[in-house]
Design a protein around this ligand. Structure first.
Ligand SMILES: Cc1cc2nc3c(=O)[nH]c(=O)nc-3n(C[C@H](O)[C@H](O)[C@H](O)COP(=O)(O)OP(=O)(O)OC[C@H]3O[C@@H](n4cnc5c(N)ncnc54)[C@H](O)[C@@H]3O)c2cc1C
Length: 352
């Protein structure tokens, strides 16, 4: 997402961009995204003719049962449910129409990835383990297709914390749905773990049946430093991955692309080093604010759960380590002004 967004912005400035993209339409990508209204607005600003509201399935609200609440809370929240593969191939098609942008299949030899570019932007997620990758936890998201039953409001997402994790139900049109479950670590058997979580649920479990194959994704917040080097920026999930609880991942990736394009076009020489530093600080601050939000909401739901306590501790430790190691002392006093406005700690609930 961030790759195509950044290419669109640079194309407007007359920059030539070679995009080396995976073949999205061929990928067996099972991920369904819920794009919030911020994300939809940004997509329309970046690609005004994208027809984004027609790309997926329209949702209007969320029902949230979290922590010790005895009743679910209904929140009006417009969103679109869309398969990631569909979104990425549509973004790619939009980009193909732009001047100055050439899309290369990363697997084909038609693009010279070794060419001497003025800038490179790396949107690839790091594989576990490289130096610089900071993982704030070990949690895992399970996902499966499912069917919604007649009692479900099919324009509503459902979010529920249960004893061992949390569940997210996304209607996708007709009786179709996707059920996601977050666990504090990798399960031995994904299907069994998803069924266990559903057995603890009273909001979501009665609304679905017909689970299908279960996929698993690492899902803890992650950052990969350095975010900026001379002539190289990390962007999107390759820079910062937010955890799905926030529902902000895609909007954040688009905002990151806007910031990256601004950094690239900001100038050269001394100024360049300053804007690169600013890029890293903005993303660092957003990452820290995100960790604060995760700690707050996971404490509400899982304060007495040993494995979740471990996740909370890792996030707190990561927060202080990143803050002490990577935020220069002079910046501490200004921190409230440096937080990315779009990513401030969640005021009341991440679902509002
Ligand atoms: C299971 C799951 C559910 C999610 N649900 C939501 C949700 O409901 N709402 C939401 O807002 N966000 C959600 N997200 C997060 C969202 O998918 C990401 O935040 C967003 O796609 C990141 O954009 P990106 O530009 O970094 O990567 P994208 O371009 O979207 O690509 C996705 C993946 O492909 C890889 N990739 C990208 N470009 C290249 C390239 N050129 N070469 C090789 N690999 C590449 C990236 O490493 C990345 O991991 C979810 C993520 C997962 C895994």
């Amino acid at each position: 997402m961030s790759t195509y967004a950044c290419a669109a912005l640079l194309s407007r400035r007359g920059w030539h961009c070679d995009v080396f993209a995976p073949g999205h339409t061929r990928a067996a990508d099972t991920v369904t995204l819920v794009l919030n209204d911020v994300c939809e607005t940004l997509l329309y600003e970046l690609f005004p003719n994208g027809g984004w509201d027609r790309l997926g399935y329209r949702l209007h609200r969320s029902d949230v049962l979290w922590g010790h609440a005895s009743q679910s809370q209904r929140i009006t929240r417009p969103a679109i449910a869309v398969r990631r593969e569909v979104l990425l191939s549509h973004l790619q098609a939009q980009c193909r129409q732009l001047p100055h942008v050439v899309i290369h299949d990363e697997a084909s030899p038609d693009g010279d990835q070794a060419a001497a570019y003025a800038w490179r932007i790396n949107p690839r997620s790091p594989t576990p383990g490289p130096p610089g990758a900071i993982y704030a936890g070990q949690r895992v998201l399970l996902a499966s297709r499912a069917h919604v039953l007649a009692d479900a409001d099919r324009t509503c997402c459902y979010i529920e914390s249960v004893v061992d994790g949390w569940l997210f139900l996304i209607p996708t049109g007709g009786t179709g749905a996707v059920i996601q479950a977050m666990l504090p670590g990798a399960p031995q058997d994904g299907e069994e773990s998803l069924q266990n979580l559903l057995a603890q649920s009273w909001l979501i479990a009665p609304l679905i049946n017909g689970l299908e194959e279960v996929s698993g994704f690492t899902a803890a917040p992650r950052m990969h430093l350095p975010l900026a080097e001379p002539r190289l920026l990390r962007m999107g999930e390759a820079a910062v991955r937010l955890e799905p609880l926030s529902g902000e991942g895609s909007a954040f990736a688009l905002r990151n692309a806007i910031l990256a394009a601004a950094v690239l076009t900001a100038g050269s020489g001394e100024e360049e080093a300053v804007v690169q530093q600013h890029y890293q600080h903005r993303l660092l601050r957003s990452f820290l604010a995100h960790l604060d939000g995760c700690v707050k909401f996971y404490r509400q739901a899982f304060a007495r759960h040993a494995a979740w306590q471990q996740e909370i501790m890792i996030m707190q430790h990561t927060h202080s380590h990143v803050f002490m190691t990577h935020c220069p002392p002079g910046e501490h006093q200004l921190s409230h002004r440096l937080v990315d406005l779009g990513c401030q700690p969640w005021p009341v609930s991440p679902w509002q």
